[in-house]
Structure formats: C-alpha cells, structure tokens
Design a protein around this ligand. Structure first.
Ligand SMILES: [Zn+2]
Length: 122
C-alpha cells in the first residue's frame, strides 16, 4: 500500500541524514578525482620522457583529465554550496533540485526540468 508523505512539496525535502550522506559522497568523489588527476599528471610526465609516446593516447588522457577537472570543480562547488546553505537549489529557476536527483548526482546544479532544457538547447 502506498503511503503519502506530506513533508514539503513533491520529494524535494532533504533530511539532515541525506545531506550528511551527500556530503560524504562529494568528499569521496573529490578524493577520487584528485587521485585521478595526479595519475594523469605522472602518466604524461612519463610520456614526455619516453618521447615516442602515442599522440592519440595522450589526447585521450588530456580529455579524461579535463573531464576529471570539470567534475572536481562541480564537486567542490557543491561542497561550497553546502557550507553556505545554498545546496539543492536550481541555479536557473531557483526551485529545489529534486531529492532523488541529488541522491544520484550530488553535485547537480540544476533541477531535472532545467537540465533537460539545457541539454535540448545544445
Ligand atoms: Zn530549475
């Protein structure tokens, strides 16, 4: 049987437990990305030394490092929003970002609707 929750509108209310779990998740992601970037940095130094490095492979590495840096920036921005109490608000429409969305992508800046609009506009 379905129980109807009446806290807040829709499923957007984040509990303190949610926030603690999300913060932990963001910290883990930050560590992971920082480690990834360290590995890319040492890999490209090794490539420089060898000189006959495969250019295509380096290019993939550069792209991966760029995307790791982007995720890291998103993660750090999300942690900063948590510290300033702005976490979970859509950057475009200022409505709360859906709870289920944050639980999957804790660093999400936009609500589902705005994200769809942004992706459609590409
Ligand atoms: Zn929005």
């Amino acid at each position: 049987m379905v129980t109807h929750q009446t806290i807040g509108e829709r499923d957007t209310a984040l509990t303190p437990e949610d926030l603690a779990a999300l913060r932990e998740n963001l910290h883990e992601q930050r560590l992971f990305r920082q480690e990834q970037l360290r590995q890319f940095a040492s890999a490209s130094r090794a490539d420089d030394r060898r000189r006959q490095a495969d250019a295509a492979r380096i290019e993939v590495g550069v792209k991966l490092a760029a995307s790791a840096r982007m995720v890291l920036a998103d993660v750090e921005a999300a942690l900063a929003r948590m510290d300033s109490g702005q976490y979970g608000t859509c950057h475009l429409c200022r409505r709360p970002v859906e709870r289920h969305r944050l639980l999957i992508v804790p660093q999400a800046r936009y609500c589902g609707r705005c994200q769809q609009v942004r992706e459609a506009g590409r």
